[in-house]
Design a protein around this ligand. Structure first.
Ligand code: ZN
Length: 202
């Protein structure tokens, strides 16, 4: 395989943004053991170091009453996606569970099980965002160019304003990581924030 070096186009990054708590949701995409933890079936090596920035963001969001959504990739025996990725996040397994550090709060946070890359596809996510009058979504999690990007894109296509903290998403390689940021910024007019610490809620 020949390695081709490409330049990443300039991606605008902001250091700080303040979002209205009542109109903003944080979406944590697929931070499940199979993708994040050693021993998982489809580990994204850099996902582990996003746990802490995401956890801090969730703490801040909770303290301001910001609604938190999780997507949980979910497959059953014979799922066609296993032909692409091998078996992963099979319903009920350890690998399917959201990592302990980011555990949803029962009865408060909303967990949306999804079967494909897009958190909106075949799920109640759109309806729930509407019910709670959400206008902005902060998208975090993994995998940057797969489920994070598809979910961010799907939100943007519905005219939600998308914010992505750079330290809170992870990909299998640098190319995929930067490609995801580029798409969010350039194509979907999302805002790339340098770190989750730069996101405040008012
Ligand atoms: Zn999957």
């Amino acid at each position: 395989m020949s390695l081709r070096v490409v330049e990443v186009p300039e991606i605008p990054v902001v250091d700080r943004v303040t979002l209205p708590a009542k109109e903003t949701a944080v979406i944590v995409v697929d931070m499940q053991n199979d993708f994040v933890k050693p021993g998982g079936r489809l580990v994204v090596p850099t996902a582990l170091k996003t746990v802490e920035p995401i956890r801090r963001l969730l703490d801040k969001a909770r303290s301001k009453g910001v609604r938190i959504f999780y997507t949980q990739d979910t497959h059953y025996e014979g799922d066609p996606e296993f032909n692409i990725w091998g078996e992963h996040v099979r319903y009920g397994t350890w690998g399917w569970q959201i990592v302990d550090e980011l555990k949803p709060v029962d009865g408060v946070d909303i967990v949306v099980m999804k079967t494909r890359y897009d958190g909106f596809y075949g799920t109640p996510l759109e309806d729930l965002l509407k019910v709670y009058s959400i206008k902005n979504v902060v998208v975090t999690g993994t995998v940057a160019n797969i489920c994070v990007l598809h979910t961010a894109a799907s939100a943007a296509l519905r005219w939600y304003k998308v914010y992505v903290p750079m330290d809170s998403i992870s990909a299998l390689n640098d190319f995929d990581y930067h490609a995801a940021l580029r798409q969010v910024s350039f194509l979907y007019k999302g805002v790339i924030v340098r770190s989750s610490e730069g996101i405040e809620f008012s």
